[in-house]
Design a protein around this ligand. Structure first.
Ligand code: ZN
Length: 222
């Protein structure tokens, strides 16, 4: 598929995506991380050279390696399914059947169109059936899906789907509020706007459930 430069520019704003899955190559994890770091290091040094930078300078010489390591081990560790946090579930012994909300979960992500940071917070609610999870596991799962090149809509959906599957219930809701550096630092350069996405299933398709959730997160985020 050949895409023109104009189409590339407009895709960067339009956030079209036809699947919840992150588009990955079939050989995505055949190479060890160390090989990826070495290759990215080479390619990033070529980018820097092309920009006219002198890589023999002490301050710049380590940058290609730092960027490569940061991509593979930090910013995009969530691409590799082996890095998904182990989430053990427990029997819902208390019989707690109302809403449980985990608020203000940190979002550190990067937009897949510009590789620039997306930062913000996620709020997750669910109504337990037979299974519950340790609270910090929700934070870990959000962190995992955030650490990929992302579009915010897909991030929201990936968190929702995983939790629905892990918890064995459709009754999950996810809200993400985030600032995109690609909106604030380039293009329109809007410093104050942020983006909200909301995805839900099961009981949360009912307005009353959704409103209860939204009231609680609003009250604590004034
Ligand atoms: Zn972007």
């Amino acid at each position: 598929m050949k895409v023109t430069k104009e189409e590339i520019e407009s895709i960067g704003d339009a956030h079209i995506s036809n699947t919840t899955e992150t588009p990955l190559r079939s050989d995505a994890f055949e190479k060890p991380d160390d090989d990826k770091i070495e290759n990215i290091q080479y390619h990033f040094s070529e980018i820097m050279k092309e920009l006219g930078l002198d890589l023999t300078d002490d301050s710049l010489s380590g940058t290609p390696y730092r960027v490569a390591k940061m991509y593979v081990k930090e910013l995009f560790y969530g691409l590799n399914p082996l890095n998904r946090p182990k989430i053990s579930t427990f029997e819902n012994k208390y019989g707690y059947q109302k809403m449980l909300i985990e608020q203000n979960i940190n979002i550190d992500s990067a937009c897949e169109h510009h590789f620039l940071p997306i930062t913000g917070t996620a709020h997750v609610g669910y109504i337990p059936k037979d299974k519950v999870v340790g609270l910090s596991k929700i934070n870990r799962l959000v962190d995992y899906y955030a650490h990929r090149p992302q579009v915010q809509e897909r991030l929201c959906l990936q968190i929702l789907k995983d939790l629905q599957q892990t918890l064995g219930t459709e009754d999950v809701i996810v809200v993400v509020n985030a600032k995109h550096l690609c909106v604030s630092s380039r293009g329109i350069k809007d410093k104050s706007s942020f983006t909200t996405t909301i995805e839900y299933g099961g009981s949360f398709t009912k307005t009353s459930f959704r409103n209860e959730f939204l009231r609680i997160i609003e009250k604590n985020n004034d």
